[in-house]
Design a binder for this molecule. Structure first.
Ligand SMILES: [Zn+2]
Length: 336
């Protein structure tokens, strides 16, 4: 047997968590959804800066595994209010414009697996799956949007399940590889998701996951302005330690984990810039609805990049690493 037997008592469902609360002194009585530890406290509060909305959300942090999560997240049924057309447009544009990104990820994957059945969880319109077309993979995807799933099937030839990951009917030990790029942080119930990954992988199969790094230099420097928070769409914010803990809870072992810079750091600067203007009564169009940045913004961004940001990034390895975690975990080969 693997160690994927999770402590069901620790798997707090969504409604249970929602009924729990953060006290006025900042102490939180929610148990950590990843390690089950008590004693979480308020980490920061911030709004949805992408859409320029004012409602503030509270993030709390586990003292044991360092997981940060959104206390009182919107209900799943309300989430469509936070995934606007502007948001989908941005995500799909960044996916389509990334041949280099896929090349790097394929190279990383090939160190561990070169063929077999591959599932991309949250495959969107399938640009990663398409990049694997013609190679010795049998391709599968899971996608919430029927439109995205259809596009992914057409372009990649993959078989794509439409709906929630936890509802997908794949048999145990179906996959040699499961990938999950910039998706895990959006998902309710990470332990259940990870347990499912552990079940679906064949022994020796690998899970390749990318998430923003809440311990990164940028996250620390920008606080509630850090673009990786994506409030309230990102429900969980992982560090290398909490991600590793989560994977191990499903019987997976780390084979590779590194942090990398993310070129989207400019968005954090835009959030700071917008707030500076707001304090003097000038309201900028939120990033979600803005076109290409104008000259004053580009000039200011360049100055910051050349000075403060350069110094910050030089120190990144000392203060928590780059903005995104690239990790590969393997399911142990076990004796039945
Ligand atoms: Zn924890």
């Amino acid at each position: 047997m693997t160690t994927s037997t999770t402590n069901e008592a620790q798997l707090l469902d969504y409604d249970t968590r929602r009924e729990q609360s953060v006290a006025s002194d900042g102490n939180c009585n929610e148990l950590c959804p990843v390690c089950g530890h008590a004693g979480a406290s308020e980490w920061l509060r911030g709004p949805d800066r992408f859409h320029g909305r004012l409602e503030k959300y509270t993030l709390v942090r586990c003292p044991a595994c360092s997981l940060v999560w959104l206390s009182h997240p919107p209900k799943p049924a309300e989430m469509n209010l936070h995934y606007t057309d502007a948001y989908h447009k941005l995500i799909s544009a960044s996916g389509e414009n990334s041949p280099v990104r896929w090349k790097d990820r394929k190279a990383a994957l090939k160190q561990w697996k070169q063929s077999g059945a591959l599932l991309d969880m949250g495959c969107s319109s399938g640009s990663f799956l398409e990049s694997l077309k013609g190679e010795p993979w049998k391709l599968y995807g899971i996608e919430m949007s029927a439109e995205g799933a259809k596009a992914a099937e057409v372009r990649s030839g993959a078989k794509v399940y439409v709906g929630n990951i936890l509802d997908a009917p794949f048999p145990r030990e179906s996959f040699d590889v499961i990938t999950c790029f910039d998706v895990l942080e959006h998902l309710y119930e990470p332990r259940k998701i990870m347990a499912r990954v552990g079940e679906w992988l064949k022994p020796g199969g690998v899970f390749y996951v990318l998430v923003p790094n809440v311990n990164s230099a940028e996250a620390r420097a920008f606080g509630s302005y850090w673009h990786g928070l994506e409030l309230p769409r990102h429900l969980f914010h992982y560090s290398p330690a909490s991600l590793k803990f989560l994977a191990e809870s499903a019987g997976l072992r780390e084979v590779s984990l590194e942090t990398r810079r993310n070129p989207a750091v400019g968005t954090s600067l835009r959030y700071v810039w917008d707030d500076v203007f707001r304090t003097v009564g000038i309201h900028q169009t939120p990033v979600a609805y803005r076109g290409e940045p104008g000259f004053p913004w580009r000039a200011a961004r360049k100055v910051v990049r050349m000075t403060a940001l350069r110094a910050l990034l030089a120190m990144a390895p000392l203060v928590g690493g780059g903005e995104s975690i690239h990790a590969i975990f393997r399911k142990e080969k076990t004796v039945a």
